[in-house]
Design a protein around this ligand. Structure first.
Ligand SMILES: [Zn+2]
Length: 212
């Protein structure tokens, strides 16, 4: 009987190990998202810089064209004045673009640095979490070895399923606390009094005796 009772403690321990591993999956995803977010920002900045560079080249060609025109023109004529004003405006646009490009490059350097730091930190976290999960999985396997063959197989099948919230059920109102399916009096007695390992026919969870 004592050994039977102990089985349920082991099931509880396995459940908490598996829950911890689910949490670890979430933690790993969060760390990966951190890296992705900053990578996206960096790529966007790179794209912005390349677009601004293209724009700057266009303005420079336009400016050169104006200069050539001005060289051909006679100074002081209204046409000369118009082209000269146009050239000055283009020059202003080029200067503004250069400032914007410089800012963007500085921002990019900053995000490259933080990307490096965050990647290092995140991969450290991911490694830690993955070691923890591997240890938990090994512990679950060795705990499963404690059960007699039939239950061991049923339990490992159960633990492989993606059952929401919990693998455990209790008897409540003569039925399963999780899915509500009714139990026979014989099943109820074997769980509550004989501490037998029984699985719910409705939701496949394992029954834990109420007063354990
Ligand atoms: Zn059930």
């Amino acid at each position: 009987m004592e050994q039977q009772k102990e089985f349920f403690q082991i099931i509880k321990e396995i459940e908490s190990l598996l829950k911890a591993n689910l949490g670890n999956v979430k933690l790993t995803l969060e760390q990966k998202k951190r890296i992705e977010r900053i990578e996206k920002l960096r790529d966007q900045k790179r794209q912005d810089i390349s677009l601004m560079d293209q724009e700057k080249n266009k303005f420079q060609t336009l400016y050169q064209h104006c200069e050539e025109e001005l060289n051909k023109m006679q100074t002081g004529t209204p046409a000369f004045d118009v082209t000269e004003t146009q050239a000055l405006r283009i020059l202003e646009d080029i200067e503004q673009l250069e400032t914007e490009i410089k800012d963007a490059i500085e921002f990019l350097a900053g995000s490259e640095r933080s990307l490096e730091e965050i990647t290092l930190e995140a991969s450290g976290e991911i490694k830690k979490v993955s070691n923890h999960s591997a240890n938990n999985a090994a512990r679950v396997s060795s705990l499963l070895e404690e059960f007699p063959t039939t239950q061991k197989e049923q339990l490992s099948r159960l633990f492989k399923q993606s059952i929401p919230r919990t693998f455990m059920a209790f008897i409540h109102n003569k039925g399963c606390s999780e899915c509500g399916i009714k139990l026979s009096l014989v099943d109820e007695k074997s769980i509550e009094e004989k501490y037998e390992i029984k699985f719910c026919k409705g939701c496949h969870r394992v029954f834990i005796p109420t007063h354990l």
